[in-house]
Design a protein around this ligand. Structure first.
Ligand SMILES: [Zn+2]
Length: 368
């Protein structure tokens, strides 16, 4: 089993901003990334990849394997070893030489909106659209009139409802039990879902984003810069988004604890053929280099690579896999992704190499 798709539903715990990096003329100074075509805000997979990688690397105790990989400002850059679960999972870049780059075994897609919160006269409701449900895998819903909306019977007895500033009429009853949402989405949210057309959805989302005002701080004086007020957009709190984590583990040599112990045993053992095979796979040795000095050097290097996956905790030497921070982490590429995503819940998706901020909580994993 080398190809798997894992679908996650996440919820924003803060307003989440991932910027385009440029200024956009119009409403705000710092706009967020949008999907071309639909014009809907999204969280780009690259930003998620960067943040998840960094947190996974910190948890595992190898901060050098976080970030973008280029050695700078005293940082060593990615280790790039076959023994490193971070570099194995997310890939690596070594030195300034991008020819030494290696792609990882996971792809993280953009996080796209599934349910978007809006204020209404009956309190918060979460809007969604036909295409959004279909893309997520929920079929069979419809609207008779593209300009109207469907909502559950118990939401309101009125024949109309406001979604922010927009007033919509009722098109019919939405039977939420037909919407096969994963269990992690709370019932109070499901009971407040409003289905609208794709066109209305874009309009409702874009006119109900958070727009905040902030101030630039002069790093030298530690005070506000003059005239430095700026506005930025953000995806509001309690927005539900979904993303896929695709694992294509073609090598099938994920360095879990079992593999590390096996390699350690092999390098200490007496079976030279097995050692040769391992050294060749790790590109530390080739058949042509029959001289003993090179062989000893290669064995020494391989052993040091395995040793790097050990650390000390409370005066005890242990595998990094066995440290407190890694407790409960499944020893697979997707386990590493989950471990990083779990920290985004507390620390947000900003961080090294990532322009953005705001916390995301994993709500559910959807069986594929
Ligand atoms: Zn590494």
């Amino acid at each position: 089993m080398s190809y798997e798709n894992h679908r996650y539903v996440v919820m924003t715990v803060d307003p989440v901003h991932v910027g385009t990096g440029g200024m956009r003329l119009g409403r705000v100074d710092l706009s967020i990334v949008r999907e071309p075509g639909t014009n809907l805000p999204k969280i780009p997979g690259t930003a998620l990849h960067g943040a998840i990688r960094s947190y996974a690397a910190y948890r595992y105790g190898k901060p050098r394997c976080a970030g973008l990989g280029q050695p700078r400002e005293g940082r060593e850059g990615h280790c790039g070893r076959p023994t490193c679960p971070i570099c194995y999972t997310f890939g690596y870049v070594r030195g300034e030489d991008t020819a030494q780059a290696h792609s990882g075994v996971v792809t993280i897609t953009d996080a796209r909106i599934l349910l978007f919160p809006v204020y209404s006269m009956v309190g918060p409701v979460w809007v969604t659209s036909l295409s959004i449900l279909e893309n997520f895998g929920i079929e069979g819903q419809s609207l008779r009139d593209e300009g109207k909306a469907r909502w559950p019977e118990n939401l309101t007895r009125e024949g109309h409802l406001n979604l922010g500033w927009l007033m919509v009429e009722k098109d019919g009853t939405l039977n939420v039990s037909e919407l096969n949402f994963p269990a992690g989405i709370p019932q109070q949210v499901r009971d407040r879902i409003v289905l609208i057309s794709d066109k209305l959805f874009t309009q409702v989302v874009n006119s109900n984003l958070e727009v905040r005002t902030s101030v630039s701080i002069d790093p030298e004086r530690g005070a506000a810069e003059e005239g430095a007020l700026f506005t930025y957009e953000a995806i509001p709190r309690a927005t539900f988004l979904w993303l896929d984590v695709i694992v294509d583990d073609h090598r099938g040599e994920f360095p879990n604890k079992g593999a590390l112990e096996r390699w350690k045993g092999c390098l200490q053992g007496t079976d030279d053929e097995a050692k040769k095979e391992l050294l060749k796979r790790w590109r530390l040795w080739s058949e042509r280099e029959e001289d003993t000095a090179k062989w000893e050097e290669a064995i020494g290097k391989a052993q040091s690579w395995v040793r790097e996956e050990k650390t000390e905790e409370n005066g005890q030497e242990k595998w990094r896999w066995d440290t407190k921070a890694m407790q409960g982490v499944e020893q697979t590429p997707v386990g590493i992704v989950s471990a990083g995503l779990a920290w985004a819940q507390d620390l947000g998706i900003g961080g090294m190499g990532t322009r953005g901020f705001g916390r995301l909580r994993k709500i559910a994993e959807v069986a594929q």
